[in-house]
Design a binder for this molecule. Structure first.
Ligand code: ZN
Length: 478
């Protein structure tokens, strides 16, 4: 709900304030061009990263969701567009699509799925809302006449923006609830997302029955807790009719046995291991293993090891990781966990050895690259870290997190000019232009550097200021 409202805050200024107060008669003409959708989505995502406490900044989990999304899109002839999948820590069963191809999935939904095909079916449904521009179409068709109220609410919330309690209060009002209602997708859009989602699922080789199975379970769950139905049911009205439609479509499909990827199993274990009290998590995985009640032993032992790290029971965690080795488990997530354990045990050389080997084995795994850079810095090997981070940025020049690590490296090396420059790029890549500009101004003030470096700072500062001015012009009207 919080996020849906944010969508309005961000959608409103460019539309409503572009020419002062809007002419309501023209609102139906408002065209959500793909460029406007993208910019809106970028802004919302920036806010989620900054202010949403549930946002999980975990390259393993988000990396997995993105790979799963790519698997769904690889064989489809859906219009080409960029997607960005991310997880929010929230026990409710929900997923949502935002303008610009940003798709959020609640952790509760990920852990509630029984198979990777079930998770894929939810992503496929959301992807279809995006490719069909349902959100933009919904707003264009329904916001008419609601605009003065929306504007008033937007202003109230903007005013209380820095105070999240106040914003939450505003969200509780009936007005907000009614806006939320407006944003619920129409049944036609739901049916279209189901139909196209099923197609994506089938083309990508997943089990199409999973969509029906999962939605049936969701519906049952919704009946049980009627007043507190899972969020997914509220934003995507699920009817028996929809489920019957889907069941009809897959009726003639042959049964297809699809094996879950190890990564799917590990991600679910990682989420479960990080929730609730550490001791409860240990007990849950221990019981699963003792009673052989797991779908995958590697994932259960990985979960136990991760939970044991939380209870600081390092020797037992070590035993579990040793067992994982005997099971011939191969995954960058396991190597990361093994390295984390060594770091907790203050054995940095062993952690580095694991991470270097993992880097060779999984050269494209971003979480390993981040962890290696971070561990080199912790081990006071800043010169080596600098070499590594610079090489990596050659291949990933738009990686904000790696620029953050570059800034940290320069800080350790006592080079504030390059530190501010790197930090500026980290901010700029996340769409935070003002903090980026501030970093470059700090670099300028240092003043005692050679002309060449200083002029690079000046040039980049001019660029970012211009970019910022253009952004302001777009949102504040011409
Ligand atoms: Zn939907």
């Amino acid at each position: 709900m919080h996020i849906l409202l944010t969508i309005f805050l961000l959608l409103l200024p460019p539309i409503a304030l572009a020419d002062g107060l809007p002419d309501l008669g023209d609102l139906s003409q408002v065209d959500f061009s793909p460029a406007l959708e993208q910019r809106t989505g970028d802004m919302i995502m920036r806010d989620i990263r900054l202010y949403e406490p549930g946002y999980i900044d975990d390259p393993e989990i988000n990396g997995y969701l993105n790979r799963l999304g790519l698997r769904l899109l690889a064989k489809s002839n859906a219009p080409r567009q960029d997607f960005d999948f991310f997880a929010l820590r929230d026990p409710s069963l929900n997923a949502f699509a935002m303008p610009g191809g940003y798709i959020g999935v609640h952790t509760g939904l990920i852990t509630a799925t029984h198979s990777e095909s079930e998770l894929a079916s939810v992503l496929a449904h959301e992807i279809s809302h995006v490719t069909q521009h349902h959100l933009a179409r919904q707003i264009s068709s329904q916001a008419q006449g609601q605009l003065p109220m929306l504007l008033a609410l937007a202003v109230a919330i903007l005013a209380s923006r820095s105070n999240s309690d106040l914003a939450q209060g505003a969200l509780m009002t009936g007005q907000a609830a009614s806006i939320q209602h407006q944003l619920n997708y129409s049944r036609d859009f739901e049916r279209e997302a189901d139909r196209l989602g099923l197609q994506l699922l089938e083309d990508a080789g997943f089990d199409v029955r999973a969509m029906v199975d999962f939605f049936e379970r969701l519906q049952k769950y919704g009946r049980l807790y009627e007043s507190n139905a899972p969020g997914y049911l509220r934003t995507h009205p699920l009817t028996s009719e929809r489920i019957a439609d889907m069941a009809n479509r897959i009726h003639a499909r042959p049964y297809r046995q699809v094996t879950d990827s190890l990564e799917y199993q590990l991600v679910r274990s990682k989420l479960r291991a990080s929730e609730g009290s550490p001791q409860d998590a240990v007990t849950e995985f221990s019981t699963q293993i003792r009673e052989h009640k797991y779908s995958n032993e590697i994932a259960a032992r990985y979960g136990l090891a991760a939970a044991l790290l939380r209870t600081q029971d390092y020797s037992k965690a070590e035993q579990e990781i040793a067992r994982l080795r005997t099971l011939k488990a191969s995954s960058p997530m396991i190597e990361s966990l093994a390295a984390d354990l060594r770091k907790k045990q203050h054995d940095l050389p062993a952690a580095l050895k694991l991470l270097r080997a993992a880097r060779t084995h999984y050269p494209q795994e971003r979480s390993i690259a981040y962890s290696l850079a971070d561990t080199l810095l912790t081990a006071n090997q800043a010169t080596e870290a600098l070499q590594f981070v610079q090489d990596d940025l050659q291949d990933y020049p738009h990686d904000a997190r790696m620029f953050g690590l570059l800034a940290r490296t320069y800080a350790v090396l006592g080079n504030p000019l390059q530190q501010h420059r790197a930090q500026a790029e980290a901010y700029a890549l996340q769409g935070q232009l003002l903090p980026a500009i501030e970093q470059l101004q700090l670099a300028q003030k240092l003043g005692d550097h050679d002309y060449f470096e200083q002029s690079k700072v000046d040039a980049r500062l001019r660029e970012l200021k211009q970019q910022h001015a253009e952004e302001m012009k777009e949102t504040k009207g011409k």
